[in-house]
Design a protein around this ligand. Structure first.
Ligand code: SF4
Length: 197
C-alpha cells in the first residue's frame, strides 16, 4: 500500500513543473532505499550524477554516505530510505532557493508520512533549515536529538561537507553512533555495528 502510494507521488513528481528547477533537470530524483526502512535520511538536492541517473546519493557524497551506513551496519536495502529537500538538481549545484524548497517540500512531507520512519537524519544546513527552522545552524544543532512531528530527528553534516573538510568526520561519526543507539532503543534491540557493540 505504502509503495503504491509512493509510486503515485513519484508519477506526480516526474511530471512536476512547480518550480524553475524542472527546466534544467535531466531526471527527477525521487528517493531511494527501503520504503519500509525505519530511518529516513534527508539531504539537500540531487547533484550531477544523481541528475543523470535519477538515483539519490550515488556520487562521491553518496559513496561516503554508504560507507558511514556500512559502519553503522545499516544499508539502503533494509534499514534506510534516502531523499532530498528538492527533487530536481539546482544548476551548478547551487543551494535551492527558499521558493524552490517551499514548492518541493510537500512531496517530501508526503513521503515521510507514508514511510513513517522512527528516525530522521538531516544531512546538512539546507535540510536542517528547511525542516526545523531557517535560523538554525548545523554546527550548533548537529549531534542533538530534536522532536519533529513526533519523530526523532538527528541533524548532522552533509557528506559533501565531510569531503571538503575531513576534520568534521569525527563529529559526524559521533552523531551516527547516537543514531545506532536510538535505532536499538526504538526498532531493534539486537542491532549491532562493528564499531558500536
Ligand atoms: S524541484 Fe520539486 S517542485 Fe521543483 S520542479 Fe522539481 S519536483 Fe517540482
Amino acid at each position: 500500500m505504502c509503495e503504491q502510494e509512493l509510486n503515485k507521488i513519484k508519477q506526480e513528481v516526474e511530471n512536476c513543473s512547480l518550480c524553475p528547477l524542472h527546466k534544467s533537470r535531466t531526471m527527477v530524483v525521487f528517493g531511494d532505499g527501503n520504503p519500509k526502512g525505519k530511518i529516513f535520511l534527508i539531504g539537500e538536492g540531487p547533484g550531477f550524477e544523481e541528475d543523470k541517473s535519477g538515483k539519490a546519493f550515488i556520487g562521491r557524497s553518496g559513496q561516503l554516505l554508504d560507507k558511514i551506513l556500512l559502519a553503522c551496519n545499516f544499508n539502503r536495502n533494509d534499514h534506510v530510505y534516502i531523499g532530498n529537500i528538492v527533487k530536481c538538481r539546482p544548476p551548478g549545484n547551487r543551494t535551492p532557493s527558499t521558493e524552490e524548497q517551499a514548492a518541493c517540500l510537500p512531496y517530501l512531507e508526503r513521503q515521510i508520512e507514508l514511510i513513517s520512519p522512527e528516525i530522521i537524519v538531516i544531512l546538512g544546513a539546507t535540510a536542517l533549515q528547511a525542516l526545523l527552522g531557517k535560523n538554525l545552524k548545523i554546527t550548533k544543532e548537529r549531534g542533538n536529538w530534536h522532536i519533529w512531528f513526533n519523530r526523532f530527528v538527528m541533524p548532522t553534516y552533509h557528506p559533501s561537507a565531510l569531503l571538503r573538510n575531513p576534520s568534521l568526520k569525527k563529529d559526524a561519526w559521533e552523531d551516527f553512533k547516537k543514531v545506532i543507539l536510538k535505532y536499538r532503543e526504538l526498532v531493534d534491540p539486537d542491532h549491532r555495528s562493528p564499531f558500536v557493540k
